[in-house]
Design a protein. Sequence first.
Length: 348
Amino acid sequence: MSEVVLGIETSCDETSAAILVADGARAELASVVILSQDVHEIFGGVVPELASRAHLRAMGPVVDRALAEAGVPLSAVDSIAVTAGPGLVGALLVGVCYAKGLASAGNRRLIGVHHLEGHLFAATLEDPDLAPPFVALIVSGGHTVLLDVPAWGRYRLLGQTRDDAAGEAFDKVAKLLGLGYPGGPVIEKLAKTGTDRFAFPRPLMNNGLDFSFSGLKTAVLYKTRELEDLDSERPDIAASFQAAVFDVLINKVMLALERTGYRTVVLGGGVACSRTLTARMAAAVEGRARVAVAQPRLNADNAAMIARAGWFHLDNGRHSDSYLDADPRMPWPGLERDREPFPTTTEP
């Protein structure tokens, strides 16, 4: 018997809803609607209060459109999966409260989903046979996390950023260069016309599996101040900065593959929308691992990945009650810390 899951995502500045139809071991995405808030471009970054207000205005229409595109009436929805954290607390509250209202009114099952776990499941929407074990790299505006995933629902933290996330560094460097917001797409586009000729640092390149991008961002700042003609140098700065970030990300993944012996790498998060990153990662691991990554639309913040992660938990007998609350620092379910590494295994 199939189950219809409504996914809701409002963790930052995208209001999103999706319909997932699950039948046995398979789940088909029936629709996904993502409404981005362009107002934040004016300020060069997300303004939390404006984000919350925009979610309030958009939530109902976005859900209605997702239902219409799927050809599913609200009465057919069995369960609701909603991002409960981490994220901006005001933005999260809009989605959580809306989801709780729909669940209560229709006697539907409810599940609060960890936003980053959603990113982990995004690739399965297009690659349903994707299964652990694998190394996962989640890179976004707020997070840079490297994981050992021996099984769905069980995760071991290998490394994370000690300061700026990779996506945040892209946004800040784009602002330094006067390129606008968000930074990743505009820097990638500009970098295609430049060369990697500035020797920017590769922080923590061969020192463990943690990340640090604050020093790299500062190095770019100093370079912009010493250049006499910044306009003509922008493409080379963009190319050099992007190369430095991607060199670090790829090197950490290679080290994680050596440690685990796995043969699959999963990329997720907004930075994974970069075609340059995915191409370079695939080339780096060729012959020893494959790269699984969703299309850019499903790597950006979206409700489809939340519905898919939610269905995993619902299918395993887990659900949330009416006391579900938004948690901007929500702990990752199933995350193991400060333990001995999982035994090194090799996929068949």
